[in-house]
Design a binder for this molecule. Sequence first.
Ligand SMILES: Nc1ncnc2c1ncn2[C@@H]1O[C@H](COP(=O)(O)OP(=O)(O)O)[C@@H](O)[C@H]1O
Ligand SMILES: [Mg+2]
Length: 264
Amino acid sequence: MQPVIEVQNLDLGYDDVMVMSNLNFSVNKGDIFIVMGVSGCGKSTLLKCMIGLLVPLRGKVLFNGPQAGHSQMFEKSFWDEEEQERQNMMRHFGVLYQSGALWSSLTVGENVALPLELYTKLSKQQIQEKVALKLSLVGMKGHEDSFPSEMSGGMCKRVSLARAIALDPDIIFFDEPSAGLDPINARKLDDLILELRDSLGATIVIVTHELPSIFAIGNNSVFLDAASKTMIATGDPKALLADSKDPRVIQFLTRGVKDEQKGK
Ligand SMILES: Nc1ncnc2c1ncn2[C@@H]1O[C@H](COP(=O)(O)OP(=O)(O)O)[C@@H](O)[C@H]1O
Ligand SMILES: [Mg+2]
């Protein structure tokens, strides 16, 4: 297993308010890594720090050097690098935010082309080809000329995903990707995330509290606990469910099941 991200002794917060402290975990290449915990515990805050939007109060986020064939692990500590190098590193991340946030005045094709126009020197023709490829990868082939307002929530999510993978990222970060989707479209999105991990050879980090997604696609995780303001578990969610002795972890991972039984 090749670690791609290593979080070390990380403390996170806003001004004087501590949100999470003493986080330590690794994300391995090809993982679908779940950041889980109850609403408000600090999942998005952790994600913001990992993608370069929030300076940690303490600790390190180490990334394996992105260059192909690089043998030296963890030579880059994101927050210790210069601004320019951080920008370079961020080019290897794809991010799908909670809202999806497509530009409503741009067509689907223009939305997906935007990062390619901003960050590459590809010709118009090459960009069009890449846009078509990314749209077909997310099942939105031929929708270049549609506007976001003409599409369902599930279709907008797919287009946002096409935009997030436009620059062939090594790591894709998702914040609550299935928020606002019905269960069927949420399952389809899970399947798509698995497919993309395999076809792009990417590593995936997902913030979610959706149990079906956690068990269907996650193979590694960190569990953030709101009360103690730190992590209380890391590892494969299925193994945590089977082996964890911590009642807080078990309660979180079985909460839907219990609710259903209560309802019967
Ligand atoms: N920009 C901000 N400024 C101050 N506090 C914030 C900010 N964003 C989030 N918080 C607080 O940090 C805590 C964790 O929030 P968040 O990371 O969004 O939780 P989650 O994603 O797990 O629901 C919450 O108490 C929230 O109110
Ligand atoms: Mg959040």
